[in-house]
Design a protein around this ligand. Sequence first.
Ligand code: KMH
Ligand code: ZN
Length: 304
Amino acid sequence: MAKPKKAIISCAVTGAIHTPTMSPHLPVTHDQIAEQAIAAAEAGAAILHLHTRDNTDGRPSVKLDDYMAFLPRVKQSTDAVVNITTGGAPTMQIRERIDASRTLAPEMCSLNMGSMNFAFHPLAERYDSFLHDWEKPYIEGSEANIFRNTLADIREAAEALLPLGVKFEHECYDVGHLYNLRFLMDRGLFEAPVFLQFVFGVTGGIGADVDNLLFMKRTADRLFGDDYRWSVLGAGAAQMPLAATALQLGGNVRVGLEDSLFISRGELAVSNAQQVEKIGRIMAELGIEPATADEAREILGLKG
Ligand code: KMH
Ligand code: ZN
């Protein structure tokens, strides 16, 4: 009998883009992040992409203490692969963004493959009059700041974390980011197989169109041949449609409230697990099974 098709579900639990005002269901306290991460893993996510936040007001944080307040609980309750952000928030610089992972040495980290504009979600405009004290300047600042990921920044993150056995999820927000990765691979910085996260629909990156997905995929085929695995993340309303397209093309998928606060048009998701369950149902209809955490480790060549 033919082996069942498998795809890895990643769940990006909280991120640094959405703010507490935008949804009562966005996990922002340490307890909420732990509970939703564990539930997402139980629902079928093999990888948990995690940011942390300040426990008092939910503002994005990259402090080690803010990770340690929930990570041990997540690790104790699930065997999911822990993937820690090195993106932090787009207003932060690379040194602080990688600092906690030098100590945490997670199995995976995200790594953003180019500098870009990164304006926050237009959802913010809806809530303009009652944003928290820290939210408004933070959101406005996203239009003025550059999300800086120079080749030197990427090298700094890689040189700090690769010796710890960290595997990167390379966040590619546009076609040029694939070329940055190839450039650095040719200079020996990253080894095959690399894991690419194609990101669509961030203001400042490539748009969330199927044409663009095919273009990213074709370009990756040309640049990396068999030396890569890939996943798709669509921001906002593009989340589920682009994930479904990726699955049909043999890719892996990322969902989670970091990327979209919604479960369907105009309806807020009540949890990360709800989005994992939804993509799980779509996969079942397509005859694809969610990879377990150990299967994901094998597919991606993680240290385990
Ligand atoms: N916020 C996402 C669009 C990171 O954390 O390094 C991409 C991301 C980046 O997850
Ligand atoms: Zn992230």
